[in-house]
Design a binder for this molecule. Structure first.
Ligand SMILES: *Cc1c(COP(=O)(O)O)cnc(C)c1O
Length: 399
């Protein structure tokens, strides 16, 4: 097949960065101002405008963003925070930074996002907050989550590490809740290498997070480094070293300007995948909720294992043999040694998350994927399904 001869390997991810980012970075280096400064402020302002949030605070990672948001709501030792079990460990580990307890929640089979009904039964007098994760970029049902939060007086901190840009009922993720944390890690939808942002509607919390991201030094403490700034500063808290840098901001500004175009490229790939994979009985394509747009950070394909003679791991192995990188998002946290040991979770605790985990795999989806690469992935997935389809048991044939 001529298609195959042009393709050596399709990695699971390639960052979409290039000459524009290099030029922006060079400009910052030549300016001599490398750490947090005016470029960071501009990036915060443009980011806040982009997600329609009143304010946004740039930090060193999404993990730091989540930590600072929990600090800003005054989370205390012994407090509980609801977190879906199907997420990256960062979402839950930050709760332990403040002595809190992450309380894991099962997911819904459709979007693979946190199940509000399962969350409700796990609420106690100590539950202070909920951290919904927009898995793969597909927004959670935020109406249900906000109703639950209101009913039980919970603070809402969205983990939007996958969800730039995404929208729920026409409103961008970042404008929906008191706090929304984003990631600019190398594999995310926009990247600054490492980096994160908290969008917030709470101006007091924004001031607290700005102070805590830089050693608990009062607002605009970074100005102490500038010629026009004073040498005087005050330390108000034992803060953190979570600040952003102008090097990151320079890359981030370029990436933000391409964010819509990069989404369109991912949407096109998702559409091609879904059109073709819908034709195959052994596959289940991602659920997209009505009146929502996904960031399509990931394309999570689910296998109807009963229709295949191979399991998910073998499916990924066959993709790998054909030169296609795939991954799994995520191994549920309650199956991880730390969460089992620290909080007593066991296999069987979250049946939906476990069943979906066993049959899920993530396919390559990124703006620099060429059309022939997308078609190659489609043809190989089709071939694996065709080769490994389990025949129906004799008794089930209809005469
Ligand atoms: C990547 C990721 C994070 C952490 O992002 P960092 O910027 O690397 O700290 C948090 N939550 C989810 C769901 C992620 O995928």
């Amino acid at each position: 097949m001529t298609l195959e001869t042009n393709i050596h390997r399709i990695p699971f991810h390639r960052a979409a960065v290039g000459e524009e980012e290099i030029a922006a970075l060079a400009e910052v280096i030549r300016s001599g101002w490398l750490t947090m400064g005016s470029k960071t402020i501009r990036f915060e302002e443009e980011f806040a405008r982009y997600v329609n949030a009143p304010d946004a605070v740039a930090v060193s990672s999404c993990t730091a963003a989540l930590h600072l948001a929990l600090d800003a709501i005054g989370l205390r030792p012994g407090d509980e925070v609801l977190v879906p079990t199907t997420t990256f460990t960062a979402t839950a580990e930050v709760v332990t930074y403040l002595g809190g307890r992450p309380v894991l929640v099962d997911i819904v089979p459709g979007t693979l996002n946190l199940d509000p009904a399962d969350a409700e039964i796990r609420i106690t007098a100590r539950t202070k907050a909920i951290i919904p994760v927009h898995l793969a970029g597909q927004p959670c049902n935020m109406d249900a989550i906000h109703a639950l939060a209101q009913k039980h007086k919970l603070r809402v901190i969205e983990d939007a590490a996958h969800a730039l840009p995404a929208s729920f009922h026409g409103n961008p993720v970042g404008s929906l809740s008191e706090f929304t944390a984003f990631s600019f890690y190398a594999t995310k939808t926009i990247t600054t290498g490492e980096g994160g942002m908290v969008a917030t509607t709470n101006s007091d919390a924004a001031a607290r997070m700005r102070m805590m991201r830089l050693h608990g030094i009062e607002k605009d403490g970074w100005k102490r480094y500038t010629a026009e700034g004073s040498w005087y500063y005050e330390v108000h808290q034992a803060g953190f070293k979570y600040n952003f840098t102008d090097l990151q901001a320079a890359i981030g500004l370029v990436q933000l300007s391409k964010c819509d175009a990069m989404l369109q490229a991912r949407e096109k790939i998702a559409e091609r995948y879904t059109t073709e994979f819908k034709k195959l009985d052994a596959l289940e394509t991602p659920t997209v909720l009505d009146d929502c747009t996904s960031a399509w950070h990931l394309y999570i394909l689910r296998l109807h294992l009963e229709k295949l003679s191979i399991n998910r791991d073998e499916f990924i192995q066959k993709l790998s043999e054909a030169g296609i990188g795939a991954s799994v998002h995520f191994i549920p946290l309650h199956l991880q040694p730390y969460y089992r040991k620290a909080f007593g979770y066991r296999i069987g605790d979250f049946p939906v998350a476990e069943a979906e985990y066993r049959r899920s795999l993530s396919l390559p989806i990124y703006p620099t994927m060429r059309e022939d690469e997308v078609e190659y992935v489609i043809s190989i997935v089709g071939k694996i399904v065709h080769d490994c389809e389990r025949p129906l048991p004799v008794g089930r044939y209809v005469a």
